[in-house]
Design a protein around this ligand. Structure first.
Ligand SMILES: Cc1cc2nc3c(=O)[nH]c(=O)nc-3n(C[C@H](O)[C@H](O)[C@H](O)COP(=O)(O)OP(=O)(O)OC[C@H]3O[C@@H](n4cnc5c(N)ncnc54)[C@H](O)[C@@H]3O)c2cc1C
Length: 385
């Protein structure tokens, strides 16, 4: 019997855990190194489109990730007069659910542990080499047949390998928070919708997560000092979105603020070390696909490596994986960035652009291309033993 190939992964986020679970299910020996003292999701709720749900199904993490989660039927944009700009129905075969990030992370963690993955916390990676090595702040080095950097936007693995080509930060950012949901918060006729409300360069996105929690994202340019205050100026936001003042009122004492990163790399691997997820291809959240792309790429990587039985064959397989997956990822990055551009248009022009864009079948197909994509390996990963 041939020896198991080994993989070491920097980062226990969505990308790292999905990759770990997928590799372990194809009989790799996998260890995840996470810098935090425990696996912890940053942020509040998360959108998972059809492609991401298919990955979760393939990893055996779907049911836990979506238990009690909200499944919307429409994605609606409204203007500064609370008039509907567009209300797009979400087809039944293109599911979109919203869940708590920590629930999704727990489902991926359990899938990984169930497949035999080891997870080591308090393990900060500070460097990597193309020889499948990760270097730690403790001074230690771990070696494996394959090393993976799934260590997010500020990836030390990407930096060590010199792969970065572009790292831009957006002019816009988001305050994200969860509030308790109450009966009647959203009028019954709108209760199965995701509602994106615009007013000038400010936006309030209302996302039911489950019957107890609603996720609010309040976005604005990073130069909008009043609106981006992490002690949310409820008066200001309620004046912009009076119809939702009862939700804004429920925001807690302090919330988190962050701008978005776009990362592009000249390659996703060097030798036997690879990067994926935000480390390789972070994108603005406008299409709700950054996490989906991270999980999808992890499964695709494990799928291409399924046919590899020697260390020597790994670099070619990594190139093949990048060749297969790069197009859909970059497409998604491009359209997510484009969507963000409407922030800076005058209200009436924005409404016209959104309406015309969504009525154009070609534009709509570009926006939903990732959601419609069947992730590599989503039907082929064998069930865990
Ligand atoms: C406002 C906002 C809203 C979003 N909404 C959505 C959405 O609705 N749907 C969606 O699909 N995506 C969304 N995204 C994108 C999504 O959050 C990311 O694409 C996703 O989290 C990427 O996963 P990752 O595992 O690559 O990175 P991360 O989630 O950043 O995980 C990286 C992990 O690595 C660890 N780490 C970092 N550095 C080190 C180190 N040096 N050593 C060891 N460990 C380390 C971190 O602690 C973390 O656990 C959103 C992003 C933003 C900013």
């Amino acid at each position: 019997m041939s020896k198991k190939l080994t993989a070491i992964i920097a980062g226990g986020g969505l990308g790292g855990l999905a990759t770990a679970a997928a590799l372990a299910r194809t009989d790799w020996d996998v260890t995840v190194y996470e810098r935090q003292s425990e696996l912890r999701a940053s942020g509040s709720g998360i959108y998972i489109w059809e492609n991401g749900l298919k990955v979760l199904e393939a990893l055996g993490a779907h049911d836990q990730a979506v238990e009690g989660a909200f499944r919307g039927t429409h994605f609606e944009q409204r203007d500064n007069r609370n008039q509907i700009i567009e209300s797009a129905a979400i087809p039944a075969d293109r599911r979109l659910i919203t869940t708590e990030r920590r629930q999704l992370l727990a489902a991926l963690r359990d899938a990984a542990l169930g497949a035999g993955v080891r997870i080591q916390t308090n393990a900060e990676v500070i460097g990597a080499t193309p020889r499948g090595e990760l270097q730690f702040a403790s001074g230690e080095t771990a070696r494996a047949d394959l090393a993976i950097g799934a260590d997010g936007i500020w990836s030390k693995v990407r930096q060590a390998l010199g792969l970065e080509q572009v790292h831009e930060q957006s002019l816009e950012g988001a305050l994200r928070t969860m509030i308790p949901a109450r009966e009647g918060d959203i009028p019954a006729a709108d209760s199965s919708k995701y509602i994106e409300n615009w007013n000038g360069t400010r936006r309030l996105l209302i996302t039911p997560v489950n019957k107890n929690i609603t996720y609010l994202a309040l976005t604005c340019p990073h130069t909008d000092d009043k609106a981006r205050n992490t002690v949310v100026d409820k008066k200001l936001w309620s004046a912009d979105f009076p119809q939702w003042a009862h939700l804004i009122e429920r925001i807690g004492p302090e919330v988190s603020w962050g701008v978005y990163s776009v990362i592009k790399c000249r390659a996703w691997s060097s030798g036997r070390t690879v990067i994926l997820g935000d480390a390789a291809h972070a994108q603005p959240p406008n299409l709700g696909q950054g996490g989906g792309m991270a999980m999808q790429n992890g499964l695709a990587l494990a799928t291409v490596l399924q046919n590899v039985s020697t260390q020597q064959a790994i670099p070619d397989a990594l190139e093949q994986w990048e060749h297969n997956e790069r197009d859909i990822v970059e497409h998604c990055q491009k359209w997510s960035t484009l969507y963000g551009e409407v922030t800076f248009l005058p209200d009436d022009v924005r409404s016209m652009v959104i309406r015309n864009a969504m009525a154009n079948p070609w534009v709509a197909s570009q926006i939903f291309r990732a959601a419609n994509h069947t992730p590599t390996g989503s039907e082929r990963v064998p069930a865990a033993a």
